[in-house]
Write a protein that binds this ligand. Structure first.
Ligand code: EPZ
Length: 417
């Protein structure tokens, strides 16, 4: 089993670009099914989850492959299956967004419940209720979903919580439905806007992404399209947190600062000097790290749950107390036990974590237990005294394209062995 070895204490300098957004690529690759033709998606990072989506497309009879620098080409004309094997479903949570797309294309789908990071219970009741409301018959039996939808009919769907995945699944199901679908209390995450842009590039009629009402006018036909996915805001937040904690001066190119507003304001509060120039963010930190007050994770445009662990790593070295309140997922503090091994002072009570900054973190043997929690351990190790051995890399590789190479290019002492 390989591990990443990090010797802390080196500030970061230099410039890097942000990878494409994993959480955009996955629903966009599912959307290619809707057009039954050739599509090219640019800026697709080389990640386990993206490769799983490619494998799902191939299983469905749609040739899909990487092409050149970061593009994925998929031709969904010859799609000849409507099932996804359990092994592929379990590899990632996003496999469930294939449901709306497969049903729309073939009128039938069979799949098991999806996998993904263990962040506490992750139900798919909103997905299922919405698809039923649009006309699907869905039978749940033995961990499997057996679905039929000879046609989808547009309607108003109110989401009791603004679920990202449910919003995407409904958009996919509605794009070719009869009539107009309105998603009320829709997720407002930037990735919803990216999916809207791709559907419209294929000839869809989707408006409202970024607001809490997304409207999808069903069209009869969609056709193949080319699209470039947006930058990954969580990958950028990871590099920002790394520079905040390790210190130094880095520039992160190909970002969308507007997608990172809450993270940037929290890191500025910690004492980082942050400036923006178009699509580049520069972050410098050489003074003491200050505590960041109270941070509550919220749906976008609130502070993202995906950045909670990363900023917590920064808080571990601040001169004072930072309090986190995790409001999206029930159990997203699995990194805390590992940070404690590195000398952090964190107390968790239910959904609240109180972090008292310590003067030093120490290198230790730690294990990633989920994607962002694992990246947070790499960030913490950059400022720890001595060597950290970070295992559980299969979690990190789901969402980061060679995280160790990116950090090494900024001067970190980091190596995968
Ligand atoms: C997406 O997950 C992201 N994943 C997650 O990123 C991210 O943490 C999350 O949105 C929140 O921003 C992808 O885009 C692939 P949700 P998703 O449905 O769609 C509850 C990462 O690290 N809920 O918005 O699964 C749910 O339990 C990953 O990149 C229901 O109750 O999240 C949670 O409490 C991890 N019923 C809340 O809604 C449902 O049917 C938000 O979940 C669906 C969701």
């Amino acid at each position: 089993m390989s591990a990443i070895f990090i010797t802390g204490g080196k500030p970061l300098y230099g410039s890097v670009r942000t990878q494409g957004a994993k959480n955009s690529v996955l629903p966009i690759l599912a959307a290619t099914i809707l057009c039954g033709g050739p599509c090219v998606v640019h800026n697709c990072p080389d990640l386990l989850d993206v490769n799983t989506s490619i494998r799902i497309l191939r299983h469905l009879g749609c040739p899909a492959k990487r092409e050149g620098a970061g593009a994925v080409a998929a031709d969904t004309a010859g799609m000849n299956r409507f099932d996804i094997p359990e092994g592929l479903m379990r590899e990632m949570r996003s496999s469930v967004v294939f449901l709306g797309a497969i049903l729309s294309r073939t009128g039938e789908a069979v799949m098991s419940y999806p996998g993904g990071c263990d962040l506490g219970p992750r139900p798919i009741d909103l997905h299922i209720a919405a698809l039923r409301q649009m006309g699907a018959e869905i039978r749940e039996e033995g961990g499997y979903l057996y679905c039929k939808a000879p046609k989808f009919t547009g309607c108003d769907i109110y989401l009791s919580t603004p679920s990202v995945g449910a919003t995407e699944n409904i958009m996919l199901a509605a794009a070719r439905a009869d009539g107009t679908t309105r998603i009320l209390n829709a997720a407002r995450e930037p990735e919803i806007g990216d999916l809207q842009d791709f559907l419209n590039a294929m000839g869809g009629r989707v408006t409202g992404a970024g607001s809490s009402t997304v409207t999808i006018e069903g069209v009869r036909r969609l056709s193949g399209a080319e699209h470039t996915v947006i930058p990954d805001r969580v990958a950028a937040a990871t590099l920002l947190s790394a520079a905040a904690l390790a210190g130094g001066d880095i520039a992160i190119g190909d970002t969308r600062p507007e997608d990172l507003a809450t993270v940037l304001s929290v890191l500025a509060k910690a004492g980082c000097d942050i400036s923006e120039d178009g699509r580049e963010i520069r972050i410098r930190r050489d003074g003491a790290l200050r505590p960041m007050g109270r941070i509550c994770t919220m749906p976008h445009p609130g502070f993202p749950t995906d950045a909670q662990a990363l900023v917590m790593a920064v808080a571990c070295r601040a001169e004072g107390v930072t309090m986190f309140s995790e409001r999206i997922f029930e159990s997203r503090y699995r990194h805390v036990g590992e940070l404690l091994r590195m000398g952090a002072d964190i107390q968790v009570e239910g959904r609240v974590a109180v972090v008292r900054g310590v003067p030093k973190l120490y290198g230790a043997r730690v294990c990633a237990t989920d994607l962002r929690g694992g990246a947070a351990l790499a960030v913490a190790a950059l400022a720890a005294e001595g060597e950290t051995e970070l295992s559980g890399l299969q979690h990190i590789d789901r969402g980061y394209e060679r995280l160790e190479d990116v950090l090494a290019s900024l001067g970190a002492d980091i190596e995968r062995k």
